[in-house]
Structure formats: structure tokens, C-alpha cells
Design a protein around this ligand. Structure first.
Ligand code: AHG
Length: 336
């Protein structure tokens, strides 16, 4: 009799990982499962987004007489809710909120971690049915256990992350997370409502043929970036011909594709906005961590993103992330 290969759910996988560390408390596994639960709830609402016209616009009252919330606020509240009620998180910072939220209660004050997240990245794409995502980074707090967490717990450089991940709500819904031990991807099986391990031990190919950048800003970029983009377009037959340009405008989807297929994603500074658009704490650091664990690189054009000491929660950074060889070629254009 042939027995089907066992499919590991996210919960089973995190528990198996935990067993390899007899001294582990299980707090990180629990936190990842909490985020998985929020992702499933957000997924349900994202899938209904096209029905907003029938059910009622955000901010209005729908036909059932319920308030219709904006999806990004809904996603924010779901993540905040699971993390507040879980056992692992002392507080959160969110792209949607002006300041951090400290969960000042007995369980949370004894929790080891704080989480920073962008609840719904690419939300401008919701109305047109294009993939969007959730991004998160997990830090071990540096303040004293037993007391409420502090702002300093959040203002740590990205290299202090213990885990980071994202959820992409696309043609299927996937949750990908990294710890220092590796990157693993789970696809949501809608039949059973579970994330199932589908992409074990993801490695970013050292090179690729895809570059992702907003070409509309080309003349606003500095010379290093313009020179690299031009080089991507001028690859000749000896090196496989010009690279392919792919830019969705949802970073989660763009970086996810490049992580799997090999490629480079760029959101450089422009003349008007020298620090670009992306937020260091919520968007750049988690993807820099995931990509580095998978074998790739991430910089702001001058230094490793994960080494930037943040000074404020919502600070922005120019951003380049992707396959190692492509990143090194970009760096060589900057040096020129
Ligand atoms: P938002 O969540 O406001 O839609 O921003 C999305 C981010 C990121 O996901 C994407 O890569 C980038 O902004 C696109 O910005 P441009 O439209 O300026 O290229």
C-alpha cells in the first residue's frame, strides 16, 4: 500500500523545529502560529475585496448593517489582536500606527519578543485584484522582562531580528518565514484552512534574469542606478540577452518572485525623495533578513540594510535586495 507523503502544517513544522532545542520555551513558535491565524483571517477579507461594491464601501454600513472597515485597518487590528492575546509578544509597531503599542499586562510584560509589521503592503492594488501582502519582523526585547517593553526594543537594527516573514495574498496565499536556520514557505490549503509546507529550505538563486524597478522614475535616480539599469537592458547574446523587467508595485509579490526565481528588486532614492519610499522597519528589514538567510543580499546603495541603526520608527530607506551576483554587479556600478 502506498501511503501519501505526510504534509506538514505550519503548526506541525514549528513544533518539530522546537523539539530540536530542548531548552526552547516555544514562544517564537507560538508567535508564528498567532501570525498564521491573523493571516488566515486577513486572507478571507482580501478574497472578498471585489464584493465591496455589493456589500458596501469602506467606512459605510453594509447590507447586514455592519461597519465596513478599510482592509488595511482590518489587517492591522487582526495582527494586533492575535499578538496581544498570545503569550509571546510584549508590544507591536505597525506602519498603520503613529506610535508603538505596549501590551502592558502580566503575560505580555513577561514575553520575550516585540513585532514590527506592515499589515497590508501594496494596498493601492486591492481595487484592481493584484497580489498584496503582510510583512513582519520579530525582535527579542532588550528591556527588562517583567516590565512593559520600551521604544528601545523596537529601535534595533535589522540584524537583531530573530525571525521575519511575509504573507502574499496571490493566486494562492503563502506564508514564508525565516529564522537564522533557514527560510520555509507554506501555502494555504483552503480545503482544510491550514498553511502547509510547500517550499522547504528556500534558497535565493545566486543570479537571475529579472530586475524590478519603477522605470517611470528613471531620470530621478542617481548615476549608479541608471548605469546598472542600462547594463541590465544591454546584456548581449553572450550573457543571455537583456534581462526581463517585472514590477508589480506590490513589493511582497515582486520580492517573493525574485526570491524564488532569482532577480533584483530596487526602490532607489530619487531627486525629490532621496530616501525613497519604503519603510526601513516594516518593509526593508524583514525582507533583508529573509533574503540574506536565503543567500542573497540587501543594501541601501551604500551599506548593508540590516546594519542601519534606526532613529525613528517610520524612517524610510533607499532599498536594493536580491540575488547575490546581481547585487554585487549593482554595487560595482555604484563604485564606478
Ligand atoms: P502601498 O502599500 O502604499 O501601495 O505601497 C506599496 C509599496 C511597495 O509595496 C511597492 O513596491 C511600492 O510601494 C510601489 O511604489 P511606486 O508606485 O512608487 O513604484
Amino acid at each position: 500500500m502506498i501511503i501519501n507523503r505526510k504534509i506538514l502544517t505550519l503548526d506541525e513544522f514549528t513544533i518539530q523545529q522546537l523539539r530540536q532545542f530542548p531548552s526552547a520555551t516555544g514562544e517564537l513558535s507560538s508567535l508564528l502560529r498567532d501570525i498564521g491565524l491573523a493571516a488566515k483571517r486577513i486572507n478571507v477579507e482580501v478574497n472578498k475585496a471585489g464584493l465591496v461594491d455589493i456589500l458596501g464601501d469602506a467606512g459605510s454600513v453594509n447590507v447586514q448593517g455592519e461597519d465596513v472597515k478599510k482592509l488595511d485597518i482590518y489587517a492591522n487590528n487582526q495582527l494586533m489582536g492575535v499578538l496581544k492575546h498570545g503569550i509571546s509578544c510584549a508590544g507591536i509597531g505597525s506602519e498603520e500606527l503613529d506610535d508603538v503599542v505596549v501590551f502592558d499586562d502580566e503575560v505580555s510584560n513577561n514575553s520575550k519578543y516585540v513585532v514590527l509589521f506592515d499589515p497590508l503592503d501594496g494596498s493601492g492594488n486591492i481595487d484592481v485584484n493584484i497580489s498584496i501582502g503582510t510583512i513582519f519582523g520579530v525582535y527579542r526585547r532588550i528591556s527588562e522582562l517583567g516590565k512593559p517593553c520600551t521604544k528601545e526594543d523596537f529601535l534595533q537594527p535589522g540584524n537583531r531580528q530573530v525571525a521575519a516573514g511575509y504573507v502574499v495574498y496571490g493566486s494562492s496565499t503563502m506564508l514564508v518565514y525565516a529564522t537564522r536556520r533557514g527560510v520555509n514557505g507554506f501555502t494555504l490549503d483552503p480545503a482544510i484552512g491550514e498553511f502547509c509546507l510547500s517550499h522547504p529550505d528556500i534558497k535565493c538563486p545566486p543570479s537571475g534574469r529579472i530586475y524590478s524597478v519603477n522605470h517611470g522614475n528613471f531620470f530621478q535616480y542617481d548615476e549608479g542606478v541608471k548605469s546598472y539599469i542600462t547594463a541590465c537592458q544591454k546584456k548581449d547574446k553572450t550573457n543571455g540577452g537583456p534581462y526581463t523587467q517585472r514590477y508589480i508595485g506590490s513589493m511582497v509579490a515582486d520580492v517573493h518572485r525574485n526570491l524564488i526565481k532569482g532577480g533584483i528588486f530596487m526602490y532607489p532614492g530619487t531627486i525629490d525623495k532621496p530616501k525613497g519610499k519604503l519603510r526601513l522597519m516594516y518593509e526593508c528589514n524583514p525582507f533583508a533578513f529573509i533574503t540574506e538567510v536565503a543567500g542573497g543580499k540587501a543594501t541601501n546603495g551604500k551599506e548593508r540594510v540590516l546594519d542601519i541603526q534606526p532613529t525613528e520608527l517610520h524612517q524610510r530607506s533607499a532599498y536594493f535586495v536580491g540575488s547575490k551576483d546581481m547585487m554585487e554587479e549593482l554595487e560595482s556600478h555604484y563604485k564606478k
